[in-house]
Design a protein around this ligand. Structure first.
Ligand code: VAH
Length: 313
């Protein structure tokens, strides 16, 4: 990887991945692209930033050709809950956008990273120790987009020998950007609420167990996968990866170890509860461990401690 384009660079993953890649490869080797007019200064001051609507293939082509991009980390996407409120726009951004990336990557021999998700599984997928290879019939537009994306990336690898690689991320927890309309956003919002008000009203039921991962592990996983020996990659699109699996009440209990007065109440959001209930509880990520050495560093206790320390700062 020498010149990398990060689409969706102002989003939850992109806003942390971009500076991390700039640290490894140099500021001018990482071109950040987002739909926002005024992204954070630390994104634009540290290196190239381009406004990009991922639905505009000509604009994408110009960026890839002008900067001689050799790798596209494609993060531009609508998340699960917001996608259900506007499925037509979600299809255009999430799938037509990915198709644009794969077509431009094919024409310019770029490698492509695609973030899949636990959302790529559905209600009849085994919910515990979800296998790497299993049934995938999601019933959300977001999930349909993720399965389609996995299949498209595999197709472009097999048909055109494009170097496509992907990860099925669980819910991602971070403190640098506000939540962006996902189903797992509660696990991000809860920390600010706990520090400021010692109270949070959760929109998922107390026993809704979901796979989760702390953002530093997600950033490491992307880099490890994209620099892995291609000969070892069997399940390119896309690897199950997880770090922990917990319920809202378990997360609240862990926060209470640091903020004893923290209280949690519940006001269920039917849309996001239905989406969460269709997802697995815990994935088997042994294929990622075997094929490219995946290993999470953060668990529930160390993630909560680190999140609270940063937010309190
Ligand atoms: C969402 N945070 O909630 C994303 C993610 C597994 C969840 O895909 O939509």
């Amino acid at each position: 990887m020498k010149t990398i384009l990060v689409t969706g660079a102002t989003g939850q993953i992109g806003s942390e991945l971009t500076p991390a890649l700039r640290q490894r490869y140099g500021n001018d080797s990482i071109i950040a692209a987002g739909h926002r007019k005024q992204p954070d200064a630390d994104l634009t001051n540290a290196g190239p930033y381009c406004r990009l609507n991922i639905e505009d293939i000509a604009a994408l082509a110009r960026i890839v050709e002008n900067y001689r991009i050799d790798t596209i980390i494609h993060l531009a996407s609508l998340l699960s809950a917001v996608a259900e409120t506007d499925p037509q726009r979600a299809w255009s951004v999430n799938i037509d956008g990915l198709f644009n990336v794969l077509e431009i990557a094919r024409q310019n021999a770029c490698s492509v990273f695609f973030p899949s998700s636990i959302g790529a599984f559905g209600p009849n997928t085994p919910t515990f120790d979800t296998p790497q290879d299993t049934i995938q019939r999601p019933n959300t537009l977001y999930g349909i987009g993720k399965v389609t994306g996995e299949l498209l990336c595999d197709y472009y690898h097999k048909r055109y020998n494009l170097d496509t690689r992907g990860l099925r991320f669980p819910g991602l927890i971070s403190y640098k950007t506000p939540p962006g309309g996902g189903t797992t956003d509660y696990a991000v919002e809860i920390f600010n609420a706990a520090v400021r008000w010692q109270h949070y009203t959760c929109y998922l039921k107390p026993d809704t167990q979901l796979d989760m991962m702390y953002m530093p592990d997600a950033i490491d996983a992307i880099w490890q996968l994209m620099t892995a020996d291609p000969k070892r990659l069997i399940h390119r699109n896309a690897y199950n990866v997880t770090a922990m699996s917990f319920t809202p009440e378990q997360l609240a209990a862990e926060i209470r170890r640091h903020i004893p007065d923290f209280k949690m109440s519940y006001k269920i959001d039917p849309l996001r509860q239905v989406i969460a209930d269709s997802w697995p509880r815990h994935m088997d990520d042994s294929a990622a461990r075997q094929e490219w050495g995946w290993q999470a560093r953060y668990d529930l206790a160390t993630m909560v401690k680190d999140m609270l320390e940063h937010i309190t700062e």
